[in-house]
Design a protein around this ligand. Structure first.
Ligand SMILES: *Cc1c(COP(=O)(O)O)cnc(C)c1O
Length: 453
């Protein structure tokens, strides 16, 4: 725990430690980092300016930073079998933007999974900067929850995109990367189109060897976050295949030069000085992911997700895609019990289970009251929970769903979220009891680290 005179901010950090310790994190994009990752992130490297790349900086005094960034690059390349890694993107969003910027001109077409189908905001949502610059076309998913490859092929033929992007935040299958590659290879001018995978969610599964690696199936570039299943600090990462040439030389716009184009697109194209304290923490996390124990971790994430999906189905929950092949589960709460995702999210939060409401491919209109909730097992697996605990979580989720159904029945204005919440107050004693059970369960599995020192 932090003891210091800066009471105002640290009071809330301490409260956050308590919140994280007492609750169970089911948000599939969150995780708990190790003490060494926290320590690197909380280091004096934050004081340093190091625009440029190792050996080619615009400032002096980078001898230590150069070593650290090179370790991060080498470990990332080894982890994902990539020819090149850029470890500087501040986030997953920045990583994606840099790739678009590296390869496309304004107005060029990028073919990506549509947001309602499970894609990410940065894959062309009209509220993003990228969507104002590039022409995004969205492919969908089939009824059984797989990528609609026929739709992808039809759209690729019609629009002859510069990038075909496979990536998602709410998709439970392992993509058929070879099939996507064949679609690209059949374009009129395949050399002008790169295959991009945004593996922000499953990067840790790939690193742990329990998920296909798109770079081994002809994909040219892979972006990811470093803070989801990869269990590193909050940040982004871009891996690419191709010949690395000196970024100070003029290069042609060819796939061979993709790594150079990407380096330039990150800096100076879209970012300034890198966050070397975060890059040091990335290096530490990649080192952890190279350990054999990370393979066990990745295997257990998937095992827990399958167990939890089965337990939920046994409790009559309807799951998108009828289950999961990765760490993600999407419950169709509307179809399961007639309540919406936002109300269910609120009620689960009341007992210390944190997850998020999520649209389903079948949802129409605004995503403020979506029909589903999305959950996943990476964070709980880090804390050491196993299949027995998945059963306990599924039981608690069923109990909460039943309380929600009763609250909705008793509610005079069931379309109004605030009225639903008030109606749920009648179940306060049951919720309190469930909360105590979740707290007791959580406290059996402490966080790996709560501070940098
Ligand atoms: C989480 C995510 C991102 C964005 O990452 P940030 O670090 O939040 O910017 C990008 N793409 C996908 C598929 C994601 O799931």
């Amino acid at each position: 725990m932090s003891k210091n005179t800066e009471g105002e901010v640290f009071k809330f950090i301490d409260q956050e430690i308590t919140r994280q310790s007492e609750g169970l994190e089911l948000i599939p994009s969150e995780n708990y980092v190790s003490k060494n990752v926290l320590r690197a992130m909380g280091s004096v490297l934050t004081n340093k300016y190091s625009e440029g790349y190792p050996g080619k900086r615009y400032y002096g005094g980078n001898q230590n930073v150069d070593e650290i960034e090179q370790i991060a690059i080498d470990r990332a390349k080894k982890l994902f079998k990539a020819d090149h890694a850029n470890v500087q993107p501040h986030s997953g969003a920045n990583a994606n933007e840099a790739v678009y910027f590296a390869w496309c001109q304004p107005g060029d077409t990028i073919l990506a999974m549509s947001l309602p189908a499970g894609g990410h905001l940065t894959h062309g949502s009209p509220v993003t900067r990228s969507a104002k610059i590039y022409n995004f076309v969205g492919y969908g998913v089939t009824e059984d929850g797989d990528i609609d490859y026929e739709d992808m092929e039809r759209l690729a033929k019609k629009h002859q995109p510069k990038i075909i992007l496979v990536g998602y935040s709410a998709f439970m299958k392992v993509p058929d990367f070879e099939r996507v590659r064949a679609i690209r290879d059949n374009l009129k001018n395949p050399e002008s189109c790169i295959l991009m995978a945004d593996m922000a969610h499953v990067a840790g599964l790939i690193a742990g060897g329990v998920h296909e690696n798109p770079l081994e199936h002809g994909f040219h570039v892979m972006t990811t976050t470093t803070h989801k299943t990869l269990r590193g600090p909050r940040g982004g990462l871009i891996m690419s295949m191709g010949t690395v040439s000196n970024p100070l030389h003029k290069v042609d716009h060819t796939i061979d030069n993709l790594p150079t184009l990407i380096d330039r697109a990150v800096f100076p194209g879209t970012q300034g000085g890198p966050l070397e304290h975060v890059i040091a923490a990335k290096a530490v996390a990649f080192g952890e992911a190279l350990e054999p124990s990370f393979h066990t971790y990745a295997k257990n994430i998937v095992k827990n997700a399958r167990a939890l999906a089965d337990d939920l189905k046994a409790h009559n929950f309807v799951l998108q895609g009828d289950g999961t092949e990765n760490h993600l589960i999407l419950i169709d709460v509307k179809r399961s019990c007639g309540i919406d995702g936002k109300f269910y999210e609120y009620a689960l939060d009341e007992i210390g289970l944190t997850l998020n409401a999520n649209s389903l491919p079948t949802d129409k209109g605004a995503a403020f009251r979506p029909s589903g909730v999305r959950l996943g097992t990476p964070a709980m697996t880090t804390r050491g929970l196993g299949e027995t605990e998945m059963q306990q979580i599924a039981d608690a989720m069923r109990a909460v769903a039943d309380l929600c159904v009763a609250a909705k029945k008793a509610c005079l204005a069931p379309d109004d979220l605030e009225s639903l919440k008030e109606s749920l107050d009648a179940s306060a004693p049951q919720l309190k009891k469930l909360r105590a059970e979740i707290k007791a369960l959580a406290e059996k599995f402490p966080l790996p680290a709560t501070g940098a020192c």
